[in-house]
Design a protein around this ligand. Structure first.
Ligand code: NAP
Length: 326
């Protein structure tokens, strides 16, 4: 009998069809995984899960006695309770690298759009409010080139952002990680510094860490106060790395100038979130990696991980690798 696999939330169609040739795959979307009877019944038999953002915690694992692998179609894996998966000897995989350039394009695009106020001015043109040839200084933007970009989380994606900033925009780059990355420093002429120094000196602060217990609420009131009043804050990591209420207050008080946000505390964002009515805030709906080409690469890589795990092999992107090496 074919092994049972749950496909969840988002997977590219050609990859789903390919998987269906070898496995008994059931696709679930827009369900509550805690209460959906059909999902829970299938989960009981499932050996694999592939998809985006399914919260896999001890409660879910209790319903999944046959589960061998959870293959995330994302590089971030804050939806997975890794200690629980370790306890039950379930593999966890993600899709790093194939999305670096695409996410960096999105985040750098957001940075430019925020600095040059592109969405706001696009709306002005479309509302037929461009009534004088030369708009006044109240519509001026902020330069990006030759400014200082501070990247918190200079990892795979952070480095791709830094490359664009250094080679394309002659920016000065500061970064903060828990550990120094000397090869990256050389590649893009980046300077390592403590977080507070980065916050005080950067014109643009870009957050690109994973969401972990350590990074949850990493940027809040204290950090916004340290930033320049002219600073533009960009979040491409996960919504919960920022205390959103503190961001709202910092924008209202003028502690910082503007923000470009691809991720939010609650997704989809609530209709009454004050961020949605702030002109100085540019939003995108968590679309960092969402291009046709890259989503297909991510789905394919996730399928490779899934198949390896189901065959009892070590998948190329095994997160809890230590478990299989011990
Ligand atoms: P990565 O290569 O692991 O890079 C993460 C970086 O964050 C590392 O340089 C790491 O350095 C640093 N970091 C981790 N914990 C930290 C802490 N407590 N304080 C300071 N720095 C810390 O990961 P990646 O592939 O670049 O992806 C990063 C994240 O981007 C993902 O986890 C995901 O949440 C997010 N993402 C968002 C989108 C989107 O659509 N917006 C798309 C893809 C990814 P150290 O280990 O030395 O601290």
């Amino acid at each position: 009998m074919a092994k049972k696999v749950i496909a969840y939330n988002r997977i590219e169609e050609p990859v789903l069809q390919q998987l269906k040739k070898s496995y008994d795959v059931r696709f679930f979307k827009d369900i509550d995984p805690k209460t959906d009877d059909e999902f829970l019944a299938f989960l009981k038999e499932a050996e694999g899960i592939i998809g985006l953002g399914l919260p896999v915690d001890s409660e879910l694992v209790q319903h999944a006695p046959n589960l061998k692998i959870v293959s995330n179609i994302s590089v971030g894996y804050n939806n997975l309770d890794i200690p629980t998966l370790n306890k039950h000897h379930i593999m966890a995989t993600n899709t790093p690298d194939v999305l670096n350039d695409t996410v960096a394009d999105t985040i750098f695009g957001l940075l430019i759009a925020t600095a040059r106020r592109i969405p706001e001015l696009d709306q002005l043109v479309k509302r037929a409010e461009w009534t004088v040839e030369a708009l006044g200084s109240e519509y001026y933007g902020t330069d990006v080139h030759h400014k200082t970009l501070g990247i918190i989380g200079l990892g795979r994606i952070g480095q791709a952002i830094a490359k664009r900033a250094h080679f394309g925009f002659d920016m000065n780059i500061l970064y903060h990680n828990r550990s120094r990355k000397k090869d990256a420093e050389q590649a893009v002429n980046a300077t390592y510094c403590e977080m507070d120094t980065l916050l005080k000196q950067s014109d643009f602060v870009c957050l690109m860490t994973p969401l972990t217990p350590e990074t949850e609420g990493l940027i809040g009131k204290r950090e916004f106060t340290l930033m320049k009043e002219s600073a533009i804050f960009i979040n491409g990591s996960r919504g919960k790395t920022v205390v959103e209420q503190d961001l709202i207050t910092a924008l209202k008080n003028g502690d910082i100038k503007a923000a470009g946000l691809d991720v939010f505390e609650q997704e989809p964002i609530e209709n009454d979130n004050p961020l949605l009515t702030m002109k100085q805030v540019v939003t995108t709906p968590h679309i960092g990696s969402s291009t046709k080409e890259t989503e297909l690469k991510m789905s394919k890589l996730a399928a490779t991980n899934l198949e390896a795990g189901l065959n009892g092999e070590i998948p190329p992107n095994l997160i809890n690798r230590e478990l299989w090496q011990s």
